[in-house]
Ligand binder design. Structure first.
Ligand SMILES: Cc1cc2nc3c(=O)[nH]c(=O)nc-3n(C[C@H](O)[C@H](O)[C@H](O)COP(=O)(O)O)c2cc1C
Length: 223
């Protein structure tokens, strides 16, 4: 059975990122996949500790991080899955620290320092393509994303994932609704009426795109 792993890198389990991830899960399930959702903030783990054991001669770890902690079974399931979907809010222009730490452990052992003399580029650890989707949510409107460093920084995550796993795509959800009740917070940078409009009109479209991503990625390796 097709297996899709969904990784929530938001501390909130029922807000923007998690809602989109759950829609992606629904899409994958409707494509016949078995889905598991993991909330990274429930777990205690480290980012890459630079032990470099994954680069040791003769290390036969098949892309699984050598360092063992609570993340190990999740990394193992991701490597064996048919698709993986990562989600995170943008925190100070980057994915959250928890997702970054996850990505270091997920990507570095599957990334080699060995030149592929036959085909060019670097040799790959995974011989098959592992499709990876990213869902990123942010306060910033699309215009800010396009005209700031956000686009470059965040697209770089997709590039790295594509390089290591063979296929990556990203869904960006802009201008998200952040507070449950804006009236209770010091916040005149954002207009609640505008945010509510985006939540009611644009966010459902983002949910539909998340559903499609789940469905598409779950089917990619079947085609
Ligand atoms: C610590 C922190 C840092 C943030 N930094 C940014 C930022 O740099 N750019 C941005 O557009 N939004 C930023 N935000 C807003 C979140 O990215 C946005 O509200 C997101 O949709 C929250 O996702 P969630 O609802 O899944 O928690 C930040 C929020 C927090 C809590």
């Amino acid at each position: 059975m097709t297996k899709v792993m969904i990784i929530n890198g938001s501390p909130r389990k029922n807000f923007n990122t998690a809602k989109l991830l759950k829609e992606a899960a629904r899409g994958a399930e409707n494509a016949g996949a078995e889905v598991e959702i993991v909330h990274l903030y429930d777990m205690l783990y480290k980012g890459c500790i630079s032990c470099l054991m994954c680069k040791r001669k003769g290390a036969d770890i098949k892309g699984l991080c050598f360092y063992k902690d609570a993340l190990t079974p999740v990394l193992e399931k991701c490597l064996n899955a048919d698709a993986v979907i990562l989600g995170s809010p943008v925190y100070h222009s980057y994915p959250t620290g928890m997702l970054r730490s996850f990505m270091e452990r997920f990507m570095f052992p599957a990334h080699t320092y060995m030149v592929d003399k036959e085909h060019g580029g670097l040799k790959r650890v995974l011989t098959r393509t592992l499709p990876v989707g990213m869902i990123m949510t942010m306060n910033a409107p699309e215009s800010h994303f396009n005209n700031s460093s956000y686009r470059t920084i965040l697209n770089e995550n997709e590039e790295s994932l594509r390089h290591v796993f063979g296929y990556a795509e990203t869904l960006y959800a802009f201008d998200t609704y952040q507070f449950i009740d804006y009236a209770k917070y010091d916040c005149d940078l954002f207009d609640e009426t505008h945010k509510a409009k985006v939540r009611d009109e644009q966010f459902p479209k983002d949910m539909a795109k998340a559903y499609d991503m789940g469905k598409r990625l779950a089917s990619l390796n079947k085609a």
